[in-house]
Design a protein around this ligand. Structure first.
Ligand SMILES: NC(=O)c1ccc[n+]([C@@H]2O[C@H](COP(=O)([O-])OP(=O)(O)OC[C@H]3O[C@@H](n4cnc5c(N)ncnc54)[C@H](O)[C@@H]3O)[C@@H](O)[C@H]2O)c1
Length: 249
């Protein structure tokens, strides 16, 4: 990743922070983008040369500011890893319209706006790599989480469509799909969950994974880093599940 400048959207989140560290360790210059300036400051601390830019990925002007600041600071843009997303859990019958619209606006429209915003800079630099972080929930149906599933499924095809559109310009677009993650527990069972509630859910999710464990942020970050790197230079339009075999069943 030496010499490459990479934007990490959702860079203050659990997976985004780990990816930022691994990318920086591999020589990349990282630009962290997320909603909260304070969280970004914490995430950027300890990563030498990192730039933090408060960003709302559902807003095209915010994306433009992010790209402009990246170019003004580092003069080029080689990669975008988009981790930013919100979760919604209600099913098709119970999802409220406002929740549907917010979920789609951030997870899907936001991902599209990101592609649209970075393409000119990547093209000007002779190429680039975009990695959208989806979910196994965007690959197979689960029942419930309807807006989230629709948004992640849409992101998957957004990535493939853009992969074809920009292939001849040396810009690759792929998606990585995390399976059940270790860090999700407290989110899913709620802030009041006790240790036994978390352990029960963890055991239930683990039992669904053929490899018999939940994912770690590093598992996702390694896959993202590979797809951003030149080692993946002939790979575009690919869905890469990182799920311990969950969706191979
Ligand atoms: N954690 C899991 O179990 C799991 C499983 C499958 C897929 N995923 C996906 O992996 C990715 C990373 O998840 P995570 O576990 O790090 O979650 P996280 O909640 O820790 O990180 C997501 C980040 O996105 C940011 N964000 C939300 N809306 C935004 C907006 N409008 N503009 C900018 N930033 C915004 C949040 O502030 C947060 O920092 C997400 O796309 C998620 O859907 C997670």
């Amino acid at each position: 990743m030496n010499g490459k400048v990479v934007i990490i959207a959702g860079g203050a989140g659990v997976q985004g922070r780990v990816a930022a560290r691994l990318l920086a360790d591999a020589g990349a210059t990282v630009v962290l983008a997320d909603l909260s300036a304070a969280d970004l400051e914490t995430a950027a601390a300890g990563i030498e040369g990192a730039l933090a830019v408060p960003t709302d990925i559902s807003d095209p002007d915010s994306w433009q500011t992010l790209v402009d600041r990246t170019l003004a600071t580092f003069g080029r843009l080689d990669g975008l890893a988009n981790f930013a997303a919100v979760l919604s859990r209600a099913g098709a019958e119970t999802t409220e319209l406002a929740v549907w619209e917010r979920t789609l606006k951030i997870n899907l429209t936001g991902a599209w706006l990101g592609v649209k915003a970075v393409i000119p800079a990547m093209r000007a630099g002779g190429g680039g790599s975009i990695v959208n972080v989806g979910s196994v929930d965007g690959l197979v149906g689960r029942g419930g989480g309807t807006a989230y599933q629709a948004s992640k499924g849409g992101m998957r095809l957004l990535s493939k469509s853009a992969a074809i559109e920009f292939a001849a310009q040396g810009i690759r677009v792929n998606s990585v799909h995390p399976g059940p993650m270790k860090n999700r527990m407290t989110n899913v069972v709620g802030p009041k969950a006790d240790a036994s509630g978390i352990a029960t859910l963890e055991a239930k999710l683990t039992a669904q994974v053929p490899m018999g464990r939940l994912g770690a942020a590093e598992d996702i970050a390694y896959a993202v880093r590979f797809l951003l790197s030149d080692e993946a230079s002939f790979i575009t339009g690919v869905d890469l599940p990182v799920d311990g075999g969950l969706t191979a069943q």
